[in-house]
Design a protein around this ligand. Structure first.
Ligand SMILES: Nc1ncnc2c1ncn2[C@@H]1O[C@H](COP(=O)(O)OP(=O)(O)OP(=O)(O)O)[C@@H](O)[C@H]1O
Length: 243
C-alpha cells in the first residue's frame, strides 16, 4: 500500500464556543486524490487551514510523512511540502504572471532562485496552458486564468501535497470542463491532492476516496462511490426533513 503523506489524528479547532473541526482523523496516501466534502459550514476549509498552518489547531496532531507539523507556522509547512490555493484567489497584483509563479518556487518546498526559478515557473505555466501569458499583468487576466496562475504558483513549489480549496468555484460551464481536465492531468501525474469541492461531478471523476464532514465531525470515509451512496451522507446533504 502507498505511503501515508498526510495524517490527521483528533484534529480539533474551536472558535470560542463553536467546534468547527471536531476530533477529525484521516490519512492521505501518496498519489491519492482525496475529496473533502460536506455541507456548507461543516468545517472543510478550516480543516485545510489546519493542515496548511493558516490556523493553529486547538487539539490533535497533524503529520507530514510521519513528522509532526502541528503548531508550525504556514511558511514552515509550505517549505516542508504542503502547497494550497485559496477560496478567494490571492495573487501579487504588482507582479506579472511569471513573477507570481516564481514566488511560489522561491517560497515553496524546493528552494529555487534566479534562472532556475524562472525556468521551472515557465515549465509549470506550459503545463497549465498559460505560457503565452507569462508576461501579462495579473490584473488583465480572466477569472479562470487567475485561478490557473494561483494553481501554478502552488505547483511551482513542487509540493508533496496540494490542497485545493474550492478551486472550481465560480467557473462557467466551459471553464469548469477545462478546470476538471486540468486537475485530471495533475492526477495523472501522480500528485497527492486534497480537494475541497462542492462540484459533485468533479468529486466523482477525480477522487479515489472521500472524507465527509458534517457540523465539524467526520461522518463517513471510503471510496467515492460508497460514500456518495451512504444514507447518512445523503441525509447530511439534504437535511433530515428531505431524507
Ligand atoms: N475564523 C473564524 N472565526 C470564527 N468562526 C469561524 C472561522 N472560520 C470558520 N468559522 C466557522 O466554522 C464553521 C466551519 O466553517 P468552514 O469554512 O470550515 O466550513 P466549510 O465546510 O468550508 O464551508 P463552505 O463549504 O461554506 O466553505 C462555520 O460555522 C464557520 O462560520
Amino acid at each position: 500500500m502507498a505511503n501515508t503523506v498526510i495524517s490527521l489524528r483528533g484534529a480539533t479547532k474551536q472558535f470560542g464556543g463553536l467546534v468547527a473541526v471536531d476530533n477529525v482523523s484521516f490519512d492521505v496516501r501518496e498519489h491519492e486524490v482525496l475529496g473533502l466534502i460536506g455541507p456548507n459550514g461543516s468545517g472543510k476549509s478550516t480543516t485545510l487551514n489546519l493542515i496548511s498552518g493558516a490556523l493553529p489547531a486547538t487539539d490533535g496532531e497533524i503529520s507530514l510523512r510521519g513528522g509532526t507539523i502541528t503548531g508550525l507556522p504556514a511558511r514552515a509547512i509550505a517549505r516542508k511540502g504542503v502547497s494550497r490555493t485559496f477560496q478567494l484567489v490571492r495573487l501579487l497584483p504588482s507582479m506579472n504572471v511569471l513573477e507570481n509563479v516564481m514566488a511560489g518556487g522561491v517560497f515553496g518546498h524546493r528552494r529555487r532562485w534566479g534562472q532556475s526559478a524562472e525556468r521551472h515557473a515557465m515549465q509549470v505555466l506550459e503545463m497549465i496552458g498559460m505560457a503565452d501569458k507569462a508576461k501579462s499583468h495579473v490584473g488583465q487576466l480572466t477569472y479562470i486564468d487567475t485561478k490557473r496562475v494561483e494553481l501554478a504558483r502552488a505547483l511551482s513549489g513542487e509540493p508533496e501535497v496540494l490542497l485545493l480549496d474550492e478551486w472550481l468555484a465560480g467557473l462557467n460551464p466551459t471553464e469548469l470542463t477545462e478546470g476538471i481536465d486540468l486537475i485530471h492531468r495533475l492526477r495523472d501525474e501522480g500528485r497527492t491532492i486534497i480537494l475541497v469541492e462542492h462540484v459533485m461531478d468533479a468529486i466523482r471523476s477525480l477522487c479515489d476516496n472521500c472524507v465527509v464532514m458534517s457540523s465539524g465531525k467526520k461522518i463517513a470515509e471510503g471510496s467515492t462511490d460508497d460514500v456518495l451512496s451512504d444514507p447518512e451522507v445523503i441525509r447530511a446533504y439534504l437535511g433530515d426533513d428531505d431524507a
